[in-house]
Write a protein that binds this ligand. Structure first.
Ligand code: PDD
Length: 274
């Protein structure tokens, strides 16, 4: 797979960054991740805006403008051997002279083989486990996912596909996705202390005509009262959740409203780039 680093293209074996980079020394940097549908970048402008927003939150500046980024991305996609791919844009803290002070950032963009979730996860729903945690600078997509990675590897045997973060009794988001609850006609999703997911925004726009939308950080103790739960992300799309810890959600099956939204989302992604 081709890699773009600071203005040049490299093969996977040639692609290198310095050992002095703050992303290695301190885990300092940001990234964003999106995918193609029909070999075209999906909602590119939205992802570029979020990448820009993450950069400004941490005080880094992206050396290319949106048109230049878009042109690099098109070139990388055209070189990708896979029908569909993921695209990762990384902006690091740069090669630091004292292992602490940020320098000129390194920009890396690459395509990745796209791993689709199992069909069974959509038809049967998934299990998530909760964990009390608040991500640092939640509106920025920071490189550091240590907590998610550690917690995930500790819980592999529990068959959970995501970790649901809550803080002071309220749900914020999952480790790599956003969280939604359906209660009758109400569609509720957390709004504060989260990464504003592009999939979340797409779902909110699509759902407007069928649901009363409420943006609030849902209390953990009310999970026993909800009809349906799902999580959303670039890689998962809309993924139904049937159990959180020991709490079965609704009747423990993928709900009608979630199926309806999954159908709308599929129609949207199918149509977007034709
Ligand atoms: N995760 N919240 C967090 C903390 C995330 O890392 C992500 C994305 C989301 C969902 O955002 P979006 O719908 O824009 O993908 C919410 C990506 C997919 C990942 O790290 O793998």
């Amino acid at each position: 797979m081709a890699h773009f680093i600071n203005g040049d293209f490299f093969s996977e074996t040639e692609a290198k960054i310095s050992i002095d980079d703050l992303s290695i020394l301190r885990g300092f940097g940001i990234f964003d991740y999106f995918r193609t549908y029909n070999r075209k970048p999906f909602l590119l402008n939205d992802y570029l805006k979020r990448f820009q927003n993450s950069a400004s939150i941490v005080g880094l500046s992206i050396p290319l403008n949106s048109t230049e980024l878009s042109s690099v991305i098109d070139q990388l996609i055209s070189q990708s051997p896979n029908d569909e791919c993921g695209i990762r844009m990384i902006l690091t803290g740069g090669n630091s002279f004292d292992a602490f002070t940020p320098e000129k950032p390194n920009l890396i963009i690459r395509t990745e083989k796209f791993q689709l979730p199992l069909e069974k996860d959509y038809s049967e729903g998934v299990i998530v486990i909760s964990y009390e945690y608040q991500r640092d600078l939640p509106e920025a997509k920071l490189l550091n996912y240590s907590s998610a990675i550690i917690h995930n590897s500790r819980n592999l045997d529990k068959k959970a596909s995501e970790i649901l973060y809550h803080f002071r009794g309220k749900i914020t988001e999952a480790s790599r996705s956003n969280f939604f609850v359906i209660q009758g006609e109400r569609l509720i999703t957390p709004e504060k202390h989260i990464l504003k997911g592009i999939t979340r925004q797409t779902v909110l726009t699509m759902a407007q005509k069928d649901f009363a939308i409420e943006k609030e950080n849902f209390p953990m103790h009310l999970l026993s009262d909800v009809d349906e739960v799902f999580i959303t992300s670039t890689t998962k799309g809309i993924m139904p959740v049937i159990k959180i810890d020991d709490q079965i959600i609704g009747n423990g099956k993928v709900g009608k409203a979630t199926r309806h939204l999954m159908e709308l989302y599929k129609n949207f992604t199918d149509k977007t780039h034709l």
